[in-house]
Design a protein around this ligand. Sequence first.
Ligand code: HEM
Length: 447
Amino acid sequence: MSVELQSVPRAAGGIPLLGHALKLWRDPLGFLRSLRDTGDLVEVRLGTMPVYIATSAELIHEVTVNQARCFEKGRLFERLRPLAGNGLATANGDVHRRHRRLIQPMFHPQRITAYAEIMSANAQALVESWEPGQEVELEQVMAEYAIETLASTLFSLDIGLPAVEAVRRNLPVILKNMLVRAASPKFLDRLPIRANRDFDTAAATLRTVIDEVVATTRETGPSDRNDLLTVLLAARDSETGESLTDTEVRDELSTILFAGAETTASALAWTFHELARHPEVEQRLVAEIKEVAGDRPVTIKDVPRLLTVRRVLDEVIRLHGVTLLMRRSTAPVELGGHRLPAGTEVAFSLYAMHRDPGLYHNPDRFDPDRWLPERRATLARQAYIPFGAGNRKCIGDAFVWTEATIALATILARWQLRPVPGHMPREVASAVAHPDRVPMIVLPRDA
Ligand code: HEM
């Protein structure tokens, strides 16, 4: 039998007006992890607004898959509108379905094969640019690699160079302020504080630059380029024959940039951090890469054979995943024995779920072997969904596996990355739990 929402336990430590917003600002990851001790469904207040956090794999599956029909994206994504407009991640209903149909072909395996050449060329250029003994800020290097790779597959570099530059400068500012903004009461957006100014300026700059790229490409007319921009401009809806407006095209490009850049960069930076702390795992990876690719550049054909690389990436993405996602019910639903009226905000943290001791043995331990087939088979169903599930599942998962595998294999074959003493990377909550800084020294592999 289901009961009303009032009986959902509320998280401890809320205060008038701000609710749990302070807790979310101060220690979002710790706070989100703590909620499972309160229950499977927990009420949290963002300002005065109640949000119901699903903490168990079963309830997250209900929201994302079984009852997905009764949910739209909700508040978190609405607060991203200044940045992502009505792009794929924020759109709801028919608009989402139509755009997903139009964009999906860009992530077809044949396309990924073509992108793999760009990924490999970018990774080669990166390893060529390093000098023995050089100190690098790896999280920044990886952010540049991810942004450049995305931008060159989305826009083609010849016309998109100003956009790539603008993205490189502005996206980190936006991502830094995004979660705080989304979790805060709306009246705080208007406060004339630095975080708000920086967010607004960076989002506006990004919009302007991408608008210019879209307009220039539209003016120059049809081309034989195969980038996403060209495909989006030429796309026609199979039912209505309508094409996308320039604003819709811009929103899709911005969405893919914000959804695909930080997530990938963070996974790569954490991987090198973990490998430096687990030299025995690094040795296994290097041996595998040598066996599969020898001394030639790594290609798309090698990707499915680099199984240890895959397990390491699985483990990194489990440990440092997507911080917070939200939905809003569009009809009355039942969740965890409670009746939720239409318009209820529901949230969940993949980061917290992937560190649940009820699902994972020693959840904070870096242990890529937990992804060996025989151990993976013992994991609870629905326990590992780093790319989400259901109709809103990540469109870029095959893209990022290819990109991250190629980058890792290319770099590890040539260089050993060792931490600069004196700094231990800290998790900072943004779209994902990304590292604050990963300063590293690059040493030739053969030395
Ligand atoms: C390690 C890297 C990545 C992770 C962990 C990740 C994770 C996710 C997750 C969890 C979702 C679902 C959000 C929800 O349910 O509300 C999502 C959606 C999405 N992701 Fe990713 N992602 C990654 C890389 C990428 C890349 C490289 C791209 C683009 C090239 C991308 C584009 C998107 C888009 C457009 C959506 C919205 C899909 C829709 O609603 O139809 N992501 N991602």
